[in-house]
Design a protein around this ligand. Structure first.
Ligand code: MG
Length: 266
């Protein structure tokens, strides 16, 4: 009887996790030697993991260059070791001013061009580009246009997906990107129904939002939307997301996520 019960529980669990989530390295695989967030090294290291994708953030500088950086200020003092360094506001500075401050691993902050050149070297790893908020709609349209044009130049339309917090950025991406481009909304304040109405392809919500609204996962799926969740790093939280049947998990801990998925989704 006991054995039958445990067998039934196993079957139930197997059913619950039959859908296998894909792993996305948040700002690349940075929690490892020689790497740091949004660096070329973090993209290269994510590519070596054999995961679905690597996420990065982009900002437009004052002189119209697209840089891969979380921003608004560079460096981010919460993670940068040298606290004495004078920071710059990426969107209010020139590319040269921003790049004068090296990343933590000694790299020069990459341009979108350089990032795409590295992405192109490994067709199997998607690049998930987060277009950050800017101060005006015109600037947001400008970064969307410039980014889409650069991605097209590299021939990477199939390999690149987009995410954004700002609804306007999402709808500009939808308006200007080729048909079928994957665009997900990050801010967590819209129902799946509303996001489907924006004609986006997915929700990409903070872990705590999906915990508060677990029904949104099934609702999103019914509407044909994908479900991504960020930024999930702890084992118990990763397990919860895997059990809930999300499609993508964005994490600072891609190695653990990959291992747990392998263990739980046999
Ligand atoms: Mg991001």
């Amino acid at each position: 009887m006991k054995r039958l019960l445990s067998f039934s529980i196993c079957l139930l669990l197997a059913a619950a996790v039959s859908a296998q989530p894909q792993v996305i390295a948040h700002r690349g695989y940075h929690a490892t030697d020689g790497s740091c967030r949004n660096s070329i090294a973090s993209l290269k290291k994510a590519q070596k993991l054999g995961i679905f994708g690597s996420e990065c953030d982009i900002n437009l500088t004052k002189d119209g260059e697209v840089l891969v950086a979380h921003g608004g200020m560079h460096p981010d003092k919460s993670i940068y070791k040298d606290k004495s360094i004078e920071r710059v506001d990426i969107q209010k500075s020139t590319k040269a001013q921003v790049q004068a401050i090296k990343l933590e691993n000694g790299e020069t902050m990459p341009t979108l061009d350089e990032y795409l050149a590295q992405a192109k070297k490994d067709k199997k790893t998607k690049l998930i580009i987060e277009v950050k908020k800017h101060n005006t709609p015109a600037l947001e349209t400008a970064i969307v246009e410039k980014t889409l044009a650069t991605v097209a130049e590299y021939g990477l339309q199939e390999q690149v997906e987009y995410i954004a917090f700002r609804p306007f950025v999402c709808t500009e991406l939808k308006r200007l990107a080729p048909e079928g481009t994957k665009i997900a909304y990050l801010n967590g304040d819209y129902t799946p129904e509303y996001v489907a109405g924006m004609e986006l392809t997915g929700i990409d919500y903070k872990y705590s939002v999906l915990q508060k609204h677990p029904k949104w996962i099934k609702q999103a799926h019914k509407l044909g939307l994908t479900v991504n969740v960020w930024t999930v790093d702890k084992e118990e939280d990763l397990r919860w997301c895997i059990e809930q049947g999300v499609d993508y998990i964005t994490t600072d801990n891609p190695v653990l996520a990959k291992q747990l998925i392998k263990e739980m989704c046999k």
